[in-house]
Design a protein around this ligand. Sequence first.
Ligand SMILES: Cc1cc2nc3c(=O)[nH]c(=O)nc-3n(C[C@H](O)[C@H](O)[C@H](O)COP(=O)(O)OP(=O)(O)OC[C@H]3O[C@@H](n4cnc5c(N)ncnc54)[C@H](O)[C@@H]3O)c2cc1C
Length: 289
Amino acid sequence: MIPGSFAYHRPKSLADAVAMLADLGEDARPIAGGHSLIPMMKLRLATPAHLIDLADLADLKGIRADGGDVVIGAMTTQHELIASDLLAGKVPLLRETSLVIADPQVRYAGTLGGNVANGDPGNDMPAVMMCLGATYEVAGKSGGRRIAAREFYQGAYFNTLEPGEILTAVRIPAPPAGHGFAYEKLKRKVGDYATAAAAVVLTMNGGRVATCSIGLTNVAETPLWAEEAGRILAGSALDAATVKKAVAAAEAITSPATDARGPARYRTKMAGVMLARALARAQSRTRSA
Ligand SMILES: Cc1cc2nc3c(=O)[nH]c(=O)nc-3n(C[C@H](O)[C@H](O)[C@H](O)COP(=O)(O)OP(=O)(O)OC[C@H]3O[C@@H](n4cnc5c(N)ncnc54)[C@H](O)[C@@H]3O)c2cc1C
């Protein structure tokens, strides 16, 4: 329960942080809110020799609109996501998701960047970012690049960040006004990670689904984008038979672990139940622009 020894660094600029990570190599890890990394260090599942604290990097803070996108600095806390009027208006799915992450104490420190970069299949934001079609903005010693959330996750705790790269912001194309949204999460108790969860963003036109995007949490080694299920629903009136087909398509791409949250088959079924509920709630929230 006591971490190994490490050196603590607190750079004042993004350029300094990137240079430090490049100099110190694979022994160094960025730390944001510390609410995933420090528990891992206490269990000795992570033993970085150097921690680079991102807390003073002004470039990684703030929430702003940029044309049709919303750009959220990586060091924005989950509490700040909940409190943002801009997000409440443009991407309300983020508030709904943040409210079911952990508890207020964790949400005051845990950051969006840490949540999406961490790689725990139980983290809620990655599937939501896939659902929203978000892009991650990254800085490294050879410059900046953007990575689609849908291409970022490779396995539990494995993603396409290169060593030394820092995630600086998450860019989200704001869904159209009047879209429906929902994040349905089954958990054993308040503050728990998901047994299974589903994110939905949909638009309707003349009583039929115009677009539908679905993300699934904690039912595979990585978050899932249920592309085929969304395709099945497009053009439908969300009738029971089509929803059943889409739910089956979503369940088919899951491969959860059997663990303290239940047997794999149960968790797959719960992903389907969460999806059906999220679709119904998202539909009830759609309105004409
Ligand atoms: C009791 C408890 C319950 C929790 N329940 C949930 C839950 O229900 N759902 C959920 O989603 N999460 C949950 N969490 C995790 C919490 O949301 C974390 O805050 C989050 O996963 C990580 O964010 P952080 O800012 O704390 O990152 P840190 O712990 O500081 O970092 C996590 C990882 O990401 C890397 N990293 C952080 N920031 C960056 C960056 N900008 N660029 C590159 N790499 C970076 C770090 O090197 C580290 O590997 C829980 C945590 C606790 C302690």
